[in-house]
Write a protein that binds this ligand. Structure first.
Ligand code: GLA
Length: 642
């Protein structure tokens, strides 16, 4: 067990009643048994990705009421609020101290004068102001006793004051008290929960040795998933979930997990919160933006309405994304829209130049991000310097983005096949930056400048006339169990030289676990899906011993061609594929092993709300056994698209 490596964590685990971690215990018994439920997080208010503004990228800890309300006012006055930017989030830097002994948190009075109420320090006047403006209010805390700025800030100026205990402003051991304060008393609607308190306060850390902070055995290790204690981190988020339900019974809250892709959170964050950070912090650098983009771009099946991947806040307004770099700023915005990332503006809006305001205000691109189907884009073409992303929209149209990551212009052949549109019927494209329309049949050639992202809304005739591939509805497919038993770092994520340590040391190592996770139109390891030599351009690639949940929005049949992928090294073990409808077995394949041709597996799913696809193998711990749900599709007659 992981916690044996972290004995210092045991006292915390003892604080959690067993029922809080019971789902994990149950999962271990037979995680592949159908549940007839959609298990990804749907509590809170995140049916589309949240939009708003956060103080961090603009001001760091140097925040005050005037700066925050000034940006909020601009959000309203410029019409951005009407376009969906509603959350105004205070990040790190607001706390003065925790009052001892009752533990009430106090706000920096010089920075937030309205918090001085005559009674206890309170954000209520501040959130009242935001609410009166038609906006929502967000707050920041940490899983540990202390926050990230306390661990990493070079100056004490903005940090909490007082004794060691008074400076413990994080949630650790105080979850119910603080969540009640933030949501019930102060009226916040959003909380970002950071993880530095579980990462940076080991007994040997300089901060702890200085005597200013109590030690807390680290359970999060950003560089090593095997040194992280995953159940311990999950247990704390479970307690936060329960506290939110108790203190915001109307469900009007948002929970943002900020453990930066550590502890394999890219696989399980979707079960615990509305947003889950997939990487370390973005910086205003093109290559760093690419790292953050990559950390979420191949996790298309792990984001859904209510549980979105979060590659971090927008950095439009600074560095490579300032008004001198509109090409890069447009790319950053387009890519975040395609990923269904939260659109959190990170600039001082009081001084943001108009061309940048126009970028974050592009209503067509916002509509792509906010599309009701909630499908994160998939990578229809994937090279190191050029990618084509396709995002199916609720209307049946598709958004397509072509990003040139490199330094030379590229002539790009965009094909109907990339879009899963018929190559014999016309496809129309509307450029979402220039608004120009164009049409083509089969393929078209487009020039994409260095660092440019061209983004279009495309209409055409579906290649699959009778239904929809599962890989075209990533928002409705949840890898509840993805078969990964030993999380491994994903080597495909761009390692930027613009990270936090710059070029000191040997450079970032692959560190974001997720390699081997389920993929749309790809094997888990990025290969073309193939069964006994036959390639599949569409389908879901996943490891054996997995269970996918699929929301069925009125379709009648689910058809797939199933089998072990040709890339599997395991030629010994059989895999049996099963389709369930609301927990009932509907179809089962014969046992299939490597080299055997695909078997057609068809099920009548009419009337079933949650369809589950299970691939079960005796290869219990073999994480290297990729299997395919080739051409997997939901089909009419009884549903949309008939
Ligand atoms: C971490 C988070 C950032 C920000 C800072 C605040 O680094 O990842 O987004 O919240 O902490 O200190």
């Amino acid at each position: 067990m992981q916690e044996q490596n972290n004995p210092g964590w045991r006292p915390l685990l003892a604080l959690f009643p067993l029922w809080l971690i019971a789902p994990a215990v149950h999962a271990a018994s037979d995680a592949l048994a159908p549940t007839a439920h959609w298990s990804a997080y749907t509590a809170g208010r995140a049916s589309t990705p949240p939009m708003g503004w956060s103080s961090w990228n603009a001001f760091g800890t140097d925040i005050d009421e005037a700066k925050i309300l000034g940006s909020a006012q601009r959000i309203v006055d410029t019409g951005l609020a009407a376009k969906g930017y509603r959350y105004i989030n205070i990040d790190d830097g607001w706390a003065l101290r925790r009052r001892i002994p009752d533990g009430h948190l106090e706000i920096r009075p010089d920075r937030f004068p309205s918090s001085v109420t005559g009674g206890a320090s309170s954000f209520r006047p501040f959130t009242d102001k935001l609410h009166a403006m038609g906006l929502k209010a967000g707050i920041y805390s940490d899983l540990g006793r202390n926050t990230c700025s306390q661990a990493y800030s070079g100056s004490d100026a903005d940090l909490p004051k007082g004794s060691v205990l008074e400076r413990e402003v994080g949630l650790y051991g105080r979850i119910d008290q603080d969540i009640a304060l933030f949501f019930a008393d102060w009226g916040f609607d959003f909380i970002k929960v950071d993880g530095c308190g579980l990462r940076a306060y080991g007994a040997a850390s300089p901060k702890v040795r200085s005597g200013q902070y109590r030690a807390l055995q680290p359970v999060l290790d950003l560089e090593s998933v095997s040194r992280s204690d995953i159940p311990a981190v999950q247990a704390e988020f479970s307690e936060i979930n329960a506290a939110l339900r108790r203190n915001k019974p109307d469900g009007d809250f948002l929970l943002s997990l900020c453990v930066w892709g550590a502890a394999d959170v890219r696989a399980w964050g979707k079960n615990y919160g509305n947003l889950s950070r997939t990487s370390d912090d973005i910086t205003p650098s093109w290559t760093r933006m690419l790292s953050n983009f990559d950390s979420a771009a191949r996790r298309e099946l792990y984001g859904h309405p209510g549980s979105w991947n979060d590659p971090d806040m927008l950095y439009i307004g600074k560095g490579d994304f300032d008004a001198e770099h509109l090409v890069e700023a447009r790319s950053h915005f387009s890519l975040w829209a395609m990923l269904n990332a939260p659109l959190m503006i990170g600039a001082d809006l009081r001084t943001m130049p108009q061309p940048l305001m126009d970028i974050v205000g592009n209503a067509d691109i916002i509509a792509v991000n906010q599309d009701a189907a909630g499908n994160q884009a998939t990578l229809a073409y994937d090279a190191d310097d050029l990618q084509i992303l396709v995002k199916p929209l609720a209307s049946g149209q598709k958004a397509v983005a072509i990003v040139n990551r490199g330094i030379a212009p590229i002539e790009v052949d965009l094909t109907a096949e990339h879009l899963k549109f018929s190559k014999d019927a016309p496809v129309t494209l509307t450029d979402l930056w220039t608004k120009a329309d164009a049409a083509f049949t089969n393929e078209t050639r487009l020039r994409v400048a260095p660092r440019e992202t061209r983004i279009f809304r495309a209409s055409g005739t579906r290649a699959l006339a009778q239904g929809i591939y599962l890989s075209e509805q990533t928002g409705s497919v949840n890898p509840a169990v993805d078969g990964v038993v030993r999380p491994q770092a994903d080597p495909t994520i761009f390692r930027s030289s613009a990270g936090w340590t710059g070029t000191k040391g040997a450079g970032e190592r692959p560190m974001y676990a997720g390699w081997g996770g389920a993929r749309a139109d790809s094997t888990p390891y990025g290969q073309v899906m193939r069964i006994a030599g036959t390639p599949y351009a569409a389908g879901i690639g996943i490891l054996a011993n997995s269970r996918l949940e699929v929301r069925n929005q009125g379709y009648g049949r689910l058809n797939a061609r199933v089998g072990v992928d040709d890339s599997a090294h395991n030629r010994v073990h059989d895999v049996t594929f099963m389709i369930y409808g609301d927990g009932k077995l509907l179809a089962k394949s014969k046992p299939l092993r490597w080299g055997q041709p695909a078997q057609a597996l068809n099920a009548d799913v009419a009337g079933f709300k949650v369809v589950e696809l299970v691939a079960r193998s005796a290869a219990k711990t073999n994480e290297q056994l990729p299997v395919n749900w080739g051409d997997a599709a939901l089909l009419s007659p009884s549903g949309p698209g008939k």
